[in-house]
Design a protein around this ligand. Structure first.
Ligand code: FE2
Ligand code: FE2
Length: 375
C-alpha cells in the first residue's frame, strides 16, 4: 500500500476533527510564511481510482459549506504535476503538500490581495509544505497508531529524520536560508504539539535574554537565540497517540514521551550547524540535582544552553494554560520560579546562577510574554 493510499484511506474511515483542525493550523502557518491574506487547503481523496480535491480548511473562515466552490484550475494543476503554480502577477499561487515519500497529498492555494506573496525562498516553502503534508498525513495515522502503537513508529521516525537533515539550497544566502529553514522546522514540530502558538519564539527570546544577563558573548547569544526554538523537535517522533493522550501515561508511555529528548538530539545532530540545538534537545529536561532525564546528569555537566532553555521553557509553560493547569500571571510565575511550589523545586531543578539571572531580568520576561502573546 502506498503512503498516499493509506493516508486517504484513513481520512475516509476516520472523518474526525483532528485532520481538519490540523489543516486549519497548517493553512494559518502557510499564510503567515507567505504573507498571504487568504487561502484554502485542499486534501486529495481517492474514490474508485479517481483523485478528488476537497477543501479541508479555509482562511479566513467563511462558515459556508466548503465543498460548494469549484476547485480552481491552478489547484488542479498543482495536484496533477506536483509543482507550484504561480499567478503571473505574483499575487497568488497553488503549492502542493507532499508527504515524506514526495507524493502530493493536498494543495494549499494562497492569495494576497494588496500585493505580491512573500519573496520567502520558494525552495524552503516547498520544504515547509512537505513537513506540513506529512503532519496532516500523520494526524490521520493517529487512530491506527492508537489501535496498534508498535506498527508504524519506526518507519515514521526514519522519515522525520531523513527530512530533518538541513541542507541549504545552492545560490541562497547561507544564513538567511538556514535560519528560515530551522524556523520552519520548529513551526512544523509545533503542529504536533499542544498548539502552543508563539511558544517557541518566546523561548528564543527569553533564552537570549538569560544568556545576555549571564554575560555570554555575542556569538553564543546569537546561536542560542535560533537554537532554543528546536528544543522539542523530537516530539515529532513520539507517537501522537501518546503525545495527545488526555489521561495519565503508563510507565511505558511516559518513557516514550521522555524520549523526545533523545529523538530530537538524533534529528538535530545530523547538521553540524545545529550542534547547540542538539545539546539543548537532549538536555533540556535534566535537573541541577541530577533528578531529570534522559541521562540524569547534574550541575555543570548539563550544558549551559540547556539549563537556560529549561528555565525559559518553564516560565512560558507556567504562563500558558495547559490541559492540567490554568495560566498563571507574571507575579505568580515569578514566585514559583524563585521559591518553588509542589511542581517546581527551585533549588533542585535550577542552576543557582540562572535563578539569579531570572531574578535580575524577570521584568523583561513579562515584556516578552506580553509582546509575543498568542493571537
Ligand atoms: Fe521538552
Ligand atoms: Fe517547550
Amino acid at each position: 500500500m502506498t503512503p498516499r493510499l493509506s493516508f486517504t484511506e484513513l481520512i475516509d474511515h476516520h472523518p474526525g476533527q483532528t485532520a481538519d483542525l490540523l489543516a486549519a493550523k497548517v493553512l494559518r502557518q502557510a499564510c503567515d510564511l507567505m504573507a498571504a491574506d487568504a487561502g484554502t487547503l485542499f486534501v486529495a481523496r481517492h474514490v474508485r481510482g479517481e483523485t478528488h480535491l476537497e477543501p479541508s480548511a479555509a482562511y479566513p473562515e467563511t462558515g459556508e459549506p466548503r465543498a460548494a466552490a469549484p476547485v480552481p484550475a491552478e489547484v488542479q494543476q498543482a495536484m496533477r504535476t506536483g509543482a507550484a503554480v504561480l499567478d503571473p502577477d505574483g499575487r497568488g499561487g497553488a503549492f502542493p503538500l507532499t508527504n515524506h515519500g514526495g507524493e502530493t497529498v493536498g494543495v494549499v492555494a494562497l492569495v494576497r490581495h494588496d500585493g505580491g506573496l512573500s519573496e520567502a525562498p520558494r525552495d524552503l516553502f516547498v520544504r515547509f509544505c512537505r513537513l506540513a503534508g506529512a503532519a496532516v498525513e500523520r494526524a490521520d495515522l493517529l487512530e491506527r497508531i492508537g489501535a496498534d502503537p508498535a506498527t508504524t513508529d519506526e518507519r515514521l521516525r526514519d522519515q522525520v529524520e531523513t527530512l530533518a537533515r538541513i541542507d541549504v539550497p545552492d545560490g541562497m544566502r547561507g544564513d538567511d536560508a538556514f535560519r528560515l529553514t530551522i524556523s520552519m522546522l520548529a513551526r512544523a514540530a509545533e503542529i504536533y504539539d499542544e498548539g502552543t502558538g508563539n511558544h517557541v519564539y518566546r523561548v528564543n527570546e527569553y533564552s537570549h535574554l538569560l544568556a545576555r544577563t549571564l554575560g555570554q558573548d555575542e556569538k553564543y547569544c546569537h546561536r542560542l537565540r535560533y537554537s532554543a526554538q528546536l528544543h522539542d523537535v523530537g516530539k515529532m517522533s513520539v507517537s501522537p497517540a501518546i503525545l495527545r493522550k488526555s489521561g495519565d501515561l503508563t510507565p511505558d508511555e511516559r518513557r516514550e514521551m521522555d524520549n523526545h529528548t533523545v529523538y530530537g538530539h538524533r534529528i538535530l545532530s545530523k547538521s553540524p550547524r545545529l550542534d547547540m540545538a542538539a545539546e539543548i534537545a537532549l538536555n533540556h529536561h535534566e535537573k541541577w540535582d541530577g533528578s531529570g532525564y534522559p541521562n540524569g546528569i547534574a550541575g555543570e555537566d548539563i550544558p549551559l544552553s540547556a539549563r537556560i532553555v529549561q528555565m525559559a521553557d518553564i516560565y512560558d509553560a507556567l504562563r500558558s494554560r495547559r490541559a492540567y493547569k490554568p495560566a498563571f500571571d507574571h507575579a505568580r510565575t515569578r514566585e514559583i520560579i524563585l521559591t518553588g511550589d509542589e511542581r517546581v523545586d527551585t533549588a533542585g531543578h535550577f542552576d543557582p546562577r540562572l535563578v539569579e539571572a531570572f531574578a535580575a531580568s524577570e521584568a523583561e520576561f513579562a515584556r516578552i510574554w506580553d509582546e509575543m502573546t498568542d493571537g
